[in-house]
Ligand binder design. Structure first.
Ligand SMILES: [Zn+2]
Ligand SMILES: [Zn+2]
Length: 140
C-alpha cells in the first residue's frame, strides 16, 4: 500500500478539515451494525492511521458507541453538516479510524479486507478478492 502524503479530507460544509502525514497502517471495509447506522450505508470504508499523524482543524463532535467488540468507540462528526469523519477506539487510542468517503479524493482508498461480515446486510456487495473476517480483522 502506498499513498501520496499528506492525505487530506474534511466534511461537507468545510468546517472540519484533516491532514494525514504518515502512511496509513491499515484500510478496509467494516460491515458491523453500528458502522451501518453511523454512516447510513452498507459498510464503512475506513483508513487506520497513527493518532500522531492525524492533524485535525475545526471543531467536531463525538458520539460514544459500544462496538461489537465491547470497546467504546467515539464517532467524530461535523456538528454542522453531520459528515462522519473519524473515530477513536478507547482500547486502541494510538490508532485513529478515518472515513475513506470523507477524503478529498476518495478514489485513492485501497481496502485490503472486509471485516465484521457476519453483520453484513443481504443487499451488501463485497469485492470477492478481499479477505473476509467474520468479526474483527487481525491484519490489515
Ligand atoms: Zn461540516
Ligand atoms: Zn464497524
Amino acid at each position: 500500500m502506498s499513498y501520496k502524503l499528506p492525505i487530506t479530507g474534511g466534511c461537507l460544509c468545510g468546517q472540519v478539515r484533516y491532514s494525514i502525514s504518515a502512511e496509513p497502517v491499515g484500510s478496509g471495509n467494516c460491515h458491523c451494525k453500528s458502522c451501518q447506522k453511523a454512516v447510513g450505508a452498507a459498510y464503512l470504508a475506513v483508513l487506520f492511521v497513527h493518532a500522531n499523524a492525524l492533524d485535525i482543524t475545526g471543531t467536531y463532535k463525538e458520539f460514544p458507541t459500544i462496538a461489537a467488540s465491547g470497546n467504546k468507540v467515539y464517532r467524530g462528526f461535523c456538528p454542522t453538516c453531520g459528515t462522519a469523519l473519524f473515530g477513536r477506539n478507547t482500547a486502541h487510542q494510538e490508532i485513529r479510524p478515518v472515513t475513506a468517503a470523507s477524503l478529498d479524493d476518495p478514489a485513492i482508498f485501497q481496502p485490503h479486507v472486509d471485516f465484521w461480515v457476519a453483520d453484513a446486510q443481504p443487499w451488501d456487495t463485497m469485492n470477492p478478492d478481499l479477505p473476509k473476517f467474520e468479526k474483527n480483522a487481525k491484519h490489515f
